[in-house]
Write a protein that binds this ligand. Structure first.
Ligand code: AP5
Ligand code: MG
Length: 216
């Protein structure tokens, strides 16, 4: 089960990917989470990525392609994987194609989560993220059981790029650089658009219906 989650910032890719990793026992590969970890630890890659991320721009292709190549080679990806936030440019999609050909693997579904900009702004402005495991919560829509604490025990914080000005920049970058991937994957008959509006459970059911072949 090799999946890509495509969609604008704040669409719910991470939220849904985390639920599916539990359901199907396959890893979520979030380039955003991996990069935030590298920034936190101030590794050479993190130092390079920090400025791009804070401004809402994309990190250079070669950096994220290297991350994914390394990650896909790990043994836990053998049963499948969920790519969350990768690919984000046509160059990344081409690189992924080459990697998967080399591994004799193929993507089965590109799930494109569609949400309008007003809702995206509200979701990101109220998001709180776990420092330890990267899980996202929302101050209104998905509250933690214990205030400011993730269920894993980690501390919840507001992401640096979840400020209104940066959110707007990320939405513009998405339209310019990532939205063209919908055409790209439609051309390969892999695109499965779903509405990302509704409860977290409803959206999960839409995704599971695609994976289990009950739709599309
Ligand atoms: P990344 O971390 O990937 O961020 P993103 O794509 O901007 O997406 P988000 O994580 O913001 O949103 P999401 O769709 O995961 O939504 P979530 O589930 O949290 O990337 C960050 C940065 O890293 C980039 O800007 C770039 O600089 C760099 N980067 C990463 N990958 C890269 C790449 N491939 N190439 C180049 N650069 C890269 O949900 C959002 C909120 O909504 C949460 O609060 C959640 O609780 C809530 N919510 C979720 N579902 C619902 C629902 N159904 N109803 C109500 N609320 C909901
Ligand atoms: Mg995310």
């Amino acid at each position: 089960m090799n999946l890509i989650f495509l969609g604008p910032p704040g669409a719910g890719k991470g939220t849904q990917a985390k639920l599916l990793t539990e359901k199907y026992n396959i890893p979520q590969i979030s380039t955003g989470d991996i990069l935030r970890g590298a920034v936190r630890e101030a590794t050479p890659m993190g130092v390079k990525a920090k400025g791009f991320m804070e401004s809402g721009a994309l990190v250079p292709d070669e950096v994220v392609i290297g991350i994914v190549e390394e990650r896909l080679a790990k043994p836990d990806c053998v049963k499948g994987f969920i790519l969350d936030g990768f690919p984000r440019t046509v160059a990344q999609a081409d690189a992924l194609q080459r990697m998967l050909n080399g591994l004799d693997r193929a993507i089965e579904h590109v799930i494109s989560v569609e949400v309008d900009n007003a809702e995206l702004l509200e979701r990101m402005a109220g998001r709180r993220t776990c420092r330890a495991c990267g899980r996202g919560y929302h101050v209104t829509f998905d509250q933690p059981k214990v205030k400011d604490r993730c269920e894993c025990g980690g501390e919840l914080y507001q992401r640096d790029d979840d400020r209104e000005e940066t959110i707007r920049k990320r939405l513009t970058v998405y339209e310019a650089q990532t939205a063209p991937l919908k055409q790209y994957y439609a051309g390969e008959s892999l695109l499965r658009p779903i509405s990302g509006i509704g409860s977290i459970d409803e959206i999960q059911r839409r995704i599971v219906a695609i994976i289990e072949g009950r739709q599309g």
